[in-house]
Design a protein around this ligand. Structure first.
Ligand SMILES: [Fe+2]
Length: 245
């Protein structure tokens, strides 16, 4: 949170960012997000927030999601789940950007396969916007790579989240879709994906319940920088890593 609030306004200028999407499902000290934290992220210069498997960890987000045009949860939850998985937000230059959040099924408890909903949602998105951004929140790179190929030429970018470990496969696929299997983590990297090392290791070594605490050292902002033309076709895709110390 502090890294985003301190550095994002400057990064928006430095990198000439027209639109910023953040996965915010770990904003509340590692799990979930609250309305206050979502508002702080939006005020810091984020245009749209996606979520993931921790979406309901803080129940106060439920009414907020129902009323928000800028915060989406995975589209493939239950049909009666609050909130929505697709939104359209104007970029700084006025371009309409559709933001779609999907969740994979491997090693995650996902009620509906993303493959059952993705085609209809992408059609809906493209009716409203030429630039379409997909956050695929999934554990397995195979699912994320497969989705990127399936959507190649249909959306601007398919960027993965959830593992907190940035992958080294940023690329533009032949049809003009930017893809990266995981954008990485904005948070403390001297950690086990954000958790204090000794606590995470103790739980893994002993199988005992250990209360996790968020680590604090080696804070970085990680992400992906996608460039596209006026038709929403990607022209470049690169990883971003900013070290704050
Ligand atoms: Fe996640």
């Amino acid at each position: 949170m502090r890294a985003v609030e301190e550095r994002l306004p400057g990064l928006r200028e430095e990198l000439e960012l027209d639109f910023v999407v953040a996965n915010g499902e770990n904003a509340a000290d590692g799990v979930g997000i609250t309305p206050k934290l979502a508002d702080r992220l939006l005020a810091a210069g984020i245009d749209a927030i996606t979520l993931g498997n921790h979406v309901w960890r803080r129940s106060e987000i439920v009414p907020y999601l129902n009323g928000s045009d800028r915060v989406v949860r995975p589209a493939n939850l239950f049909s009666n789940s609050p909130g929505k998985g697709l939104t359209v937000v104007a970029a700084r230059d006025g371009t309409r950007v559709a933001v779609l959040n999907l969740m994979g099924s491997l090693f995650i408890d996902t009620p509906t396969s993303m493959w059952d909903v993705v085609d209809r949602l992408v059609e809906d998105a493209r009716r409203e916007a030429q630039v379409v951004f997909v956050d695929v929140h999934a554990e397995a790179t195979s699912e994320k790579v497969a989705l990127a190929w399936w959507l190649d030429g249909k959306v601007t970018a398919v960027i993965g989240s959830h593992t907190h470990v940035q992958t080294n496969d940023a690329r533009v696929l032949p049809g003009g879709t930017a893809a990266l299997s995981d954008a990485g983590m904005t948070g403390p990297h001297a950690s086990v994906i954000g958790v204090q090392v000794d606590l995470a290791v103790r739980r893994m070594r002993t199988g005992l319940p250990v209360r996790f605490e968020t680590a604090s050292e080696d804070v970085r902002i990680e992400g992906a920088l996608v460039e596209c033309d006026e038709n929403g076709r990607a022209t470049a895709c690169n990883t971003v890593r900013v070290t704050l110390g």
